[in-house]
Write a protein that binds this ligand. Structure first.
Ligand SMILES: Nc1nc2c(ncn2[C@@H]2O[C@H](COP(=O)(O)OP(=O)(O)OP(=O)(O)O)[C@@H](O)[C@H]2O)c(=O)[nH]1
Ligand SMILES: [Mg+2]
Length: 611
């Protein structure tokens, strides 16, 4: 059998197989979509076999593939992965037989889009002669970015011949038909290249579509709108332009294709229409799902976890932080490295590419594993150093107050305000990645260390937990936690629960904590609790306004000293004067470059305190 033929030929008679092979030897004039005689022979053989047949024809009119399908569908062979980023088409058209006079179906249109074929033509017999359904891509109209599908009204094949000049039998002109295929494709490609140039010049972030499966599990957790809002925020923070959020309700994601395969085809067409380059799946993808989606769509495919990791990579500042993120990225991707083109290499050209892991994007499994081992070793060393530093701090009996909370709750802003310093605070998720330590002095030579931490997020995957660990092992040893909550976020009940769950996993569940409801300046008076009715250990503040934090700061001091938590004041430098209106006297910020990697120290105990 000729290697031009693709498909299951095992049941063919030798003569039929030969006839199929001979189709592959035919030529078509370059300026014609297909000739009448070839169309008739294709249909005749198709009816004899009762199976569809497709031909890939290149621009010189040579047949590069003969594809044998079943009665209803054709499975096209894979192409080399070439992303036509410059707006060019594949240089190949598909001419195929339909046994029944159905129009082009979704699957065929999806193939056109995915493979960027020059054109697809489906032929069928009718009493009046061979009829043809045609479709191609075209630039989107109305200044929209991207491409759209263009279907032509069904026409007799005879109309496509150059002699017919695009006139139907009663002489009606059909100027849109590709009667001169060479001219047609030249013009179309010119338009597409131009449209792409406009797109690139516009310079938006990577265009992405989020694919979300509303599984039973997700429904149980509730707050799907909140989860979606959060995904939008994650995209914004990562510099990704979210074009569309596609949702499918299923009991669980399809083990092979994540979304159902029909839905996935739809997504592909929508993605093409909107010039989307990146698909972001929620919840997490398995290795094989990632592979299947990426081959079926020819797009970059990542999941929510990778998106978060990418943000981490962008935000890591200290060298330890960078090491940790690289380690988390490698750990997450290693089991998902399955051949080329899947998640391992996806991020490089897209949203990531600036991460600490970026140079490792194409390394193979073995090298990834070696790198993981090396990072582990370096981080163990750093962890030891950190432990020594902490031990020194414990000896000096300076109590540690750790600020924890959901991402974007205002933790860094609170730290800045109460310590008069300038920790990076931004309206972005995970603005803080490296733990930051500031000293706060109270009157009477009392002093605490305040620790700002990375924000938490629901469904924190284990790889990310490990990336958080630098800060988090310190959290487990804190004398007091300030759990900062964005009082304005309608989803904050869920967020509080997510934070509590993570604290629990860190072995920090039993630590003393204050609940700090932040951003109260944005709430109307009516939504604030009267001071007298606030539960013990609960505070309403605006981290932007130092006066509002006064009660909180007093309570911290009371909690740590008045109740005998700490016996003696630390070695001080004499009393300081409290500025009017402030609860604290503040020492100039002293940054401790204190970050690093280590295992999650579930065994870490809070320092012994005499209650
Ligand atoms: N109106 C108002 N905005 C606030 C307040 N506190 C923080 N913000 C804003 O909320 C955004 C997030 O603040 P951050 O301090 O970066 O939050 P974070 O909790 O440290 O965030 P991550 O480090 O990303 O987890 C910033 O734009 C702040 O200006 C507040 O009390 N009132
Ligand atoms: Mg922060």
């Amino acid at each position: 059998m000729s290697d031009v033929v693709h498909g299951d030929t095992s049941n063919l008679k030798p003569s039929q197989a030969r006839a199929l092979g001979r189709l592959g030897e035919r030529r078509v004039p370059a300026d014609q979509v297909v000739t009448g005689p070839l169309a008739r022979d294709l249909l005749a053989l198709s009816h004899e076999l009762n199976r569809r047949i497709g031909l890939f024809i290149d621009r010189r009119g040579r047949i590069s593939r003969v594809i044998l399908g079943d009665a209803h569908s054709l499975e096209l062979p894979e192409f080399e992965r070439v992303r036509g980023a410059d707006g060019r088409l594949r240089g190949i058209r598909l001419v195929s037989s339909h046994l029944v006079p159905d129009p082009l179906d979704r699957e065929e249109l999806a193939d056109l889009a995915k493979l960027r074929l020059d054109l697809i033509a489906a032929l069928h017999d009718s009493p009046g002669g061979v009829q043809v359904d045609l479709a191609s891509l075209q630039p989107a109209r109305d200044d929209q970015r991207g491409f759209e599908l263009r279907s032509f009204a069904r026409a007799p094949l005879a109309l496509l011949s150059p002699d017919a000049g695009g006139r139907d039998r009663v002489g009606h002109p059909r100027p849109e038909l590709p009667t001169d295929f060479t001219a047609f494709i030249r013009e179309l490609e010119g338009e597409l290249v131009q449209a792409t140039a406009r797109t690139v010049a516009a310079g938006h972030g990577t265009r992405a579509m989020v694919l979300q499966v509303h599984s039973d599990e997700m429904n149980r957790q509730g707050g799907i709108e909140a989860r979606q809002a959060e995904l939008r925020e994650l995209c914004r923070t990562a510099g990704v332009q979210l074009v569309e959020l596609v949702v499918q309700r299923r009991r669980y994601p399809d083990p092979k294709t994540f979304l159902g395969s029909g839905k996935l085809r739809e997504v592909l067409v929508r993605a093409l229409e909107q010039d989307v380059e990146l698909l972001i799946c929620d919840p997490e993808l398995s290795a094989s799902q990632a592979r299947v989606i990426s081959t079926q769509t020819d797009l970059m495919v990542i999941d929510r976890t990778m998106l978060i990791l990418d943000i981490f990579a962008q935000h890591a500042r200290s060298s330890d932080g960078k090491l940790q993120v690289e380690l988390a990225q490698l750990r997450y991707r290693l089991p998902r490295m399955v051949g080329k083109g899947t998640m391992m290499s996806r991020l490089a050209g897209g949203i990531g590419g600036r991460g600490p892991g970026e140079t490792k994007l194409e390394i193979d499994r073995r090298r990834a594993q070696a790198r993981i081992n090396e990072l582990d070793k370096r981080l163990v060393h750093l962890r030891r150093q950190r432990e020594q530093r902490r031990a020194r701090r414990r000896r000096s009996e300076v109590p540690v107050v750790a600020i924890v909370g959901y991402t974007n709750a205002g933790k860094s802003t609170l730290l800045n305000t109460v310590t008069d310093s300038e920790v990076r605070a931004e309206d972005k998720l995970f603005a803080t990645l490296d733990p930051t330590v500031r000293r706060v002095r109270f009157p009477e030579e009392r002093e605490v260390v305040m620790l700002d931490t990375v924000g938490f997020i629901r469904d924190l995957p284990p790889a990310l937990m490990q990336a958080f660990s630098a800060t988090l092992e310190e959290v487990a040893e804190a004398d007091l936690l300030l759990h900062v909550v964005d009082a304005t976020d309608p989803d904050n009940t869920q967020q509080i629960q997510a934070v509590e769950r993570i604290l629990d996993e860190l072995g920090a569940a039993d630590l003393d904590r204050f609940m700090v409801f932040n951003k109260c300046d944005l709430l109307p008076e009516s939504r604030l609790m009267p001071e007298s009715e606030l539960a013990v250990g609960t505070y309403q503040v605006s981290a932007l306004d130092r006066r509002s934090t006064r009660r909180l700061m007093e309570a911290i001091e009371d909690h740590l000293w008045a109740r005998g938590k700490v016996e003696a004041p630390g070695p001080g430098r004499g009393p300081r004067v409290v500025p009017a209106g402030a609860a604290t006297a503040v020492e100039p910020p002293e940054a401790e470059p204190d970050a690093g990697e280590g295992e999650l120290s579930g065994e870490a105990k809070p320092p012994a305190l005499n209650e």
